[in-house]
Design a protein around this ligand. Structure first.
Ligand SMILES: Nc1ncnc2c1ncn2[C@@H]1O[C@H](COP(=O)(O)OP(=O)(O)OP(=O)(O)O)[C@@H](O)[C@H]1O
Ligand SMILES: [Mg+2]
Length: 512
């Protein structure tokens, strides 16, 4: 079935290895004050999964946006199967056979799977669009990859993993030759990740060119054939055989220096109990949860996605009302009807989903940093504090190496990981005793991670209590003094550091 766009049927091109060879030659992209890509040459072959790694702000997403026609390079050439292209619209890139699966999926939750598949499909010049055939084609392609989804299902009823499959279906419907993924596993469960990897392997076997952006080293070793490292907008190196690539070499290539131990754990003496959770029960929990956390202690919460960890944090924070139980803070019973009360009392939650919790994308870095601090001030003090706010913003930009042009830059233009750092600093800047951090390093590169860990140790050393929810096993083991494990809505283990081994944690967290 080979039909072209002008005749009104799906785009489809013969698939050959030569037909999928993508070359970028001396590409540069600049934004005011930043050279996001600096004379980058890069090549992806049909039938390979090519990893892209690099620190936050290194230019990975920008590269994908050049491929998708969102960013137009100031110089350089892009060739697909030897043919030079200059995409001025996203439509042109799609028609040339390039698909990008973004991290924030662009689906409309209220519409059905089929309706979402049709979004952005333009009718041909005769106004004809064979919707049924197109949807069927997407479904058939997914089916061939072992994935079946009901096209009449509303998207909001699907899991994030299934939604991602629809984006992939969209790419297949257009017979994309090059498919690029931007940190696709950051919100997926272990099973969904496994499924995604299976599909990516199938795409490779079909001879398509796959580009895979990630901060997770394990994924590169598991999935990629080759890996290219970016730093400060430049391509630093392409490693031709991932299998022989040394981890330390990869890390130092990314951060430009060697990091011996990302976690840099420092033991501390814990003080008295600061947070005492007593029989808390509520949505997402199947048994009452009790635990204590001391001053100066870093408590890790490990478990699979959906184990109830985020729900527990929301209950502690007062974002959701508990149906039973209560918490004590420094020996005093407290009850919060809103998160605002919790912050006043000295408990803060840095949530898992930065987009949902709303960074204000058009506001500046300084504004975003100070949003929560401002809630405590009256309008008059607000003005007086403008200077202090800017200083505070500068301090944290410096401390966490946030890559931004200045404090007034709109946060929406920062790279994903740098947005996360701003959100984190927002809370660190507060007078808070207990920090609840839900997946604080998701999307954050390895160099910046160690800076964040260092900050957590500093907080703990200053007598604060830090509770970290993480699905990253190495991270939990690396930084926590104690690890609690949750499974299916309850706490199933409470292990001191010495006993928190990978085997032990996985055994507790997995369903039997
Ligand atoms: N629309 C834009 N306006 C201004 N600057 C931008 C814009 N898009 C990207 N940048 C800047 O370009 C640089 C590269 O950003 P990019 O998003 O490509 O990084 P990244 O490697 O994907 O990082 P991360 O791992 O954090 O997602 C950053 O300094 C970023 O702030
Ligand atoms: Mg990015």
């Amino acid at each position: 079935m080979t039909v072209n766009a002008e005749t009104g049927a799906p785009h489809m091109r013969p698939r050959t290895e030569a037909g999928t060879h993508l070359e970028l030659d001396g590409i540069s992209v600049s934004f005011p004050g930043v050279l996001a890509l600096d004379n980058v040459s890069f090549e992806v072959r049909g039938g390979e999964v090519h990893g892209l790694m690099g620190e936050n702000g290194a230019g990975k997403s920008t590269l994908l946006k050049v491929l998708s026609g969102v960013n137009q390079p100031a110089s350089g050439a892009l060739r697909l199967a030897g043919v030079e292209h200059r995409f001025t619209t996203t439509k042109a890139a799609i028609e040339a056979g390039i698909a990008i699966i973004y991290q924030e999926l662009h689906l409309v939750p209220e519409l059905t799977v089929a309706e979402n598949l049709m979004l952005g499909q333009l009718p041909n010049r005769f106004g004809v669009l064979d919707e049924k055939a197109l949807v069927k084609r997407a479904m058939d392609e997914l089916e061939r990859l072992g994935e079946s989804i009901d096209p009449n299902m509303q998207v909001k009823r699907l899991s994030i993993g299934q939604r991602q499959m629809i984006e992939i279906g969209k790419a297949l419907m257009r017979d994309a030759r090059v498919i690029a993924f931007d940190e696709p596993t950051s919100s997926l469960s272990a099973r969904e990740t496994e499924n995604l990897f299976r599909i990516i392997n199938a795409l490779r076997a079909q001879g398509r060119a796959v580009i895979y952006v990630t901060h997770r080293m394990d994924e590169v070793y598991e999935l990629c054939d080759r890996v290219t490292v970016f730093r400060d907008g430049r391509r630093i190196e392409t490693f031709d055989s991932v299998a022989d690539l040394d981890r330390d070499r990869l890390i130092s290539c990314m951060v430009g220096r060697s990091i011996r131990d990302v976690y840099g754990y420092r033991p501390r003496a814990a003080g008295e109990v600061q947070l005492d959770v007593k029989g808390l029960l509520g949505p997402g929990l199947t048994e009452p949860v009790s635990f204590t956390a001391r001053k100066g202690e870093i408590v890790g919460f490990f478990g699979l996605v959906g184990a109830g960890r985020s729900e527990l944090m929301k209950l502690i924070y007062g974002a959701v009302a508990p149906s039973a139980g209560h918490i004590e803070l420094n020996g005093k019973r407290v009850a919060f009807s809103t998160p605002r009360d919790a912050v006043r009392a000295g408990i803060a939650l840095c949530p898992e989903d930065r987009k949902q919790e709303g960074i204000v994308a058009i506001a500046s870095v300084a504004d975003n940093l100070n949003i929560s601090a401002r809630r405590h001030f009256s309008a008059a003090r607000f003005l007086l504090n403008a200077r202090r706010e800017r200083d505070l913003a500068r301090e944290y930009i410096d401390k966490l190496s946030i890559k931004t042009r200045n404090t007034e830059t709109a946060i929406g233009t920062l790279s994903g990981g740098n947005q996360q750092k701003v959100i984190l600093s927002r809370w660190l800047a507060e007078r808070i005793d207990v920090f609840l951090l839900d997946e604080p390093t998701r999307g954050i590169d390895v160099g910046a991670r160690s800076e964040i860990y260092e900050l957590l140790y500093e907080l703990a050393e200053a007598g604060r209590t830090v509770v970290v929810v993480s699905s990253d096993l190495a991270e939990v083991i690396g930084i926590a003094d104690r690890v609690l494990v949750m499974k299916e809505g309850r706490v199933v283990g409470d292990l001191p550091k010495a006993q928190a081994t990978p085997d032990q944690l996985i055994k507790l967290a997995l369903p039997h």
